[in-house]
Design a protein around this ligand. Sequence first.
Ligand code: ATP
Ligand code: MG
Length: 451
Amino acid sequence: MRLSRYFLPVLKETPSEAQIASHRLMLRAGMIKQATAGIYSWLPLGFKILRKLENIVHEEQVRAGHIPMLMPTLQSADLWRESGRYDDYGAEMLRITDRHGRDMLYGPTNEELITDIFRSHVGSYKDLPLTLYHIQWKFRDEVRPRFGVMRGREFFMKDGYNFDLTKEDALHAYNRHMVSYLRTYERMGLQAIPMRADSGPIGGDDTHEFLVLADTGESEVFYDSAITDLRLGGRDVNYNNWDECAEIVKEWTTPYARTDETHDEAAFNAIPEERRKTSRGIEVGQIFYFGTKYSEPMGATVQGPDGKSVPVHMGSHGIGVSRLVGAIIEASHDDKGIIWPEGVTPYHAGIVNLKQGDAEADAACEAIYASLNAIGLEPLYDDRDERAGGKFATMDLIGLPWRITVGPRGLKNGVVELTSRRTGESEELPPEQAIAKLAQIYAGHVLRPSL
Ligand code: ATP
Ligand code: MG
């Protein structure tokens, strides 16, 4: 992409309504624009990152054997009356009446709708196990929408639902989800810690939340610092191996890690003092096993091997995709702007032409631009006729992890400058070597076709 042809409305001033870094930076970097309280338009740069995160979530869910689909945003109130949640959900549910006077709602979650789909089409244990998921907009009329996309009213969420014959099968689904979530967050360059949680209006016995540590998080968290040393490191998990999944879950749920909702002072104090940590965290996902809570009242049953009809065991699992954009920024920024991890960056490298209009500099930039595209990387070329300082400030603000700076002085010696956004360190290299280095850096990340 050439910056002169893009739509990147960066702001010079710090917007006064934004209280936390991610909100400020998303507005300043031209990623979002508020449409009304808690509802945002995703401008091209923000949309590109949202799509990248969505793609990572899809890839990891499909890898775990879960099946993608798409359910609508608007739902009929009737299904929610069946489950008993139409009244329970309260003021967070946006209720709408259509022209025929029918009660509708903008879905805050999809347990009812998916259970209805399941009961309409599945009748035998032979069709199990089954895990369906979608990534779709949700609406919750939050009392206090704030912090930009972190606590929006409309937000983008992956929600998945498993249907199993027995509790044991459903607990394997729970483990599979935990592992796939850990892989997902790691690919996004994030450390999200699973913490035992409260189930809230979704209901259920077993539930973990995934929290990213950040001072601006809304939850208070208590944990054993040993958990922050754990990494899956891209481990190629065999999701059909129940023991392997259970072992990983055990490893990640043994060290103490809880939110204030389930905090147990005595258990916490049993950890050696130097490992006892208190911090704030951003919830970026949650998984639940809730047994037959929905299948029983809604009649989602299958015929078991003995011919008897039994309600299925279910769980639901959510990832806050739009909130993750903010969470990644909270975890990775400095006073100049965002610092995208390589796995999610909207463009892989920026190209800054220090002397636009200089025949040699222009030609060198064009050649680098073409070479990066040819190896499947997406460069953002700042080809505007602007001062170098302004170009650097924009690149720093939008946070591309690598920048190639091209100027007549370097070109005389056959070199360009390759700069890391994270460390600020630069090295002078011939253009081919800079390109080869970027190819190597990004080799571990699946490259997707651009939007
Ligand atoms: P919270 O406690 O933050 O209100 P929740 O526990 O009600 O969230 P879930 O039902 O577990 O949310 O939804 C799954 C995920 O969707 C959450 O982990 C979070 O990342 C995201 N999410 C929930 N509410 C919002 C919101 N208002 N804005 C953005 N993302 C949200
Ligand atoms: Mg939750």
